[in-house]
Design a protein around this ligand. Structure first.
Ligand SMILES: Cc1cc2nc3c(=O)[nH]c(=O)nc-3n(C[C@H](O)[C@H](O)[C@H](O)COP(=O)(O)OP(=O)(O)OC[C@H]3O[C@@H](n4cnc5c(N)ncnc54)[C@H](O)[C@@H]3O)c2cc1C
Length: 399
């Protein structure tokens, strides 16, 4: 089924754009996705890799926590090739952490997250390298995502519908309007260095931390704060599961085992520019110390690498503290209502864990806008293996 008159152009090739493409293709839309680099070359290919069950957000925002619980369970079902469901443990290291424990467990339970305290002896059995001074341990259903494989499984699913066209190494450099209607985008092909015009009926801005800059091309002021953070990877896997500090969500308090690496993250600073080309040495030193607090053996490990990526936070703030307090939720904005541009929607914020839900929300908004009642099906279908992406998505299993 294709709605021939509804050609959707999606700008961006991160998890949000790819999941949106997949959802719309399943609903029968013809979709062209335009990405200036390789798929996932923005924040999606550089995040920490935690499959959030929502425990980290339970005390701050129950709705985000609940959604993470639902979405992480769904991703485990539909994208088994990209998820290691290894569980999560929150550990208390001092008396302040202990003060936080009971309320934390209650807030998790209120958000339908099955958190439970376990005896410290059992925590050491599960995680042999843990700091011997921990005072309490709480288990939650976190896991590890392979960021690239997850997004690429969605891309394989989209290609398999026959409705998707993916243009990588194409950067949108202009958005061409006729009065209030966008007619096309101008792209530069970074391989051939040639310009091209791509026509469309509806345009979706899924540019992550670049979404504000993309909106500017259409004359729209979209408040987005690129909020970079650093991660540090060491060359040995020292935990079985995701281990977090049992305190208010902050910097350097999550250790994620990713294949044979251990990744500690992250930090947060303020920037106008999502193209991050520096990793502050003070961040590396801080992360190293934070990892040692949880796993003393971290000090003996060889570094693999350190890198940074920008969170696409919705909202504007001029101070680091202000940006830190911006919501981790996502928002879909219909620019017809807000900015007088008829046929453009932006989707900003969220997490890699919520990519499917974000794709569904923006696709629902698009369907409503064009007067079509077509339900999303992405929660029902097992995604093809990410490898199918390279075979044109034609050989994997679906429904
Ligand atoms: C330090 C850090 C740690 C994180 N850890 C986790 C975690 O453990 N778990 C979790 O669930 N989430 C995590 N996140 C959040 C998660 O990574 C992001 O929310 C998510 O990856 C954003 O995806 P996106 O597709 O919206 O943006 P992006 O992946 O950035 O995609 C936007 C794309 O748009 C492209 N683009 C930009 N401008 C143009 C243009 N003009 N033309 C064409 N293409 C363009 C970019 O190249 C980019 O690929 C973390 C984020 C950060 C920063």
């Amino acid at each position: 089924m294709t709605h021939n008159n509804d050609h959707v152009v999606i700008i961006g090739g991160g998890g949000t754009a790819i999941a949106t493409m997949y959802d719309l293709c399943l609903r029968g839309f013809k979709v062209t996705l335009i990405e200036k680099g390789e798929l996932t070359s923005g924040t999606t290919g550089r995040h920490h890799g935690q499959l959030h069950c929502g425990a980290r957000y339970a005390m701050g925002d129950k709705n985000i926590a609940k959604e993470c619980m639902t979405e992480s369970a769904l991703l485990r079902k539909i994208a088994p090739n990209a998820i290691e469901y290894n569980m999560g443990m929150f550990v208390a290291l001092n008396d302040d952490d202990m003060q936080y424990k009971d309320n934390f467990i209650q807030c998790c339970l209120d958000a339908d997250i099955p958190a439970r305290e376990i005896p410290i002896s059992l925590a050491f059995e599960y995680e042999k390298e843990l700091n011997r001074n921990i005072k309490a341990a709480v288990m939650v259903p976190d896991g590890t995502i392979d960021p690239w494989r997850l997004a690429i499984s969605f891309a394989a699913g989209a290609l398999k519908t026959g409705n998707a066209e993916i243009k990588t190494y194409h950067e949108v450099i202009a958005i061409n309007k006729n009065a209030s209607n966008i007619e096309s985008v101008t792209v530069i092909n970074h391989i051939s260095h040639k310009k091209e015009t791509i026509l469309g009926d509806i345009f979706i801005n899924a540019g992550g931390p670049w979404a504000g800059k993309i909106a500017e091309l259409a004359g729209i002021d979209l408040p987005v704060s690129p909020s970079p953070g650093t991660m540090l990877a060491a060359k040995k896997r020292i935990s079985n599961m995701v281990v977090s500090r049992l305190h208010e969500a902050g910097d350097g308090d999550i250790v994620v085992p990713q294949r044979q690496l251990t990744i500690i993250g992250s930090t947060q600073w303020l920037s106008d520019n999502p193209d991050i080309n520096r990793v502050p040495q003070e961040d590396i030193d801080f992360l190293n110390k934070s990892a040692i607090d949880i796993f003393p053996c971290f000090k003996n490990l060889e570094y693999h690498t350190a890198w940074a990526a920008a969170r696409p936070l919705y909202g504007k703030h001029s101070t680091s503290e202000g940006v830190r307090n911006l919501s981790r939720d996502y928002i879909a904005v219909d620019h017809e209502k807000h900015d007088g541009v008829d046929n453009m929607i932006s989707i900003v914020g969220g997490k890699a864990t919520t990519l499917r839900a974000m794709g569904e929300v923006v696709s629902d908004m698009l369907c409503k806008k064009v007067g079509l009642d077509i339900k999303g099906r992405t929660s029902e279908i097992i995604l093809p293996n990410y490898r199918e992406y390279y075979r044109g998505g034609r050989n994997g299993q679906t429904d």
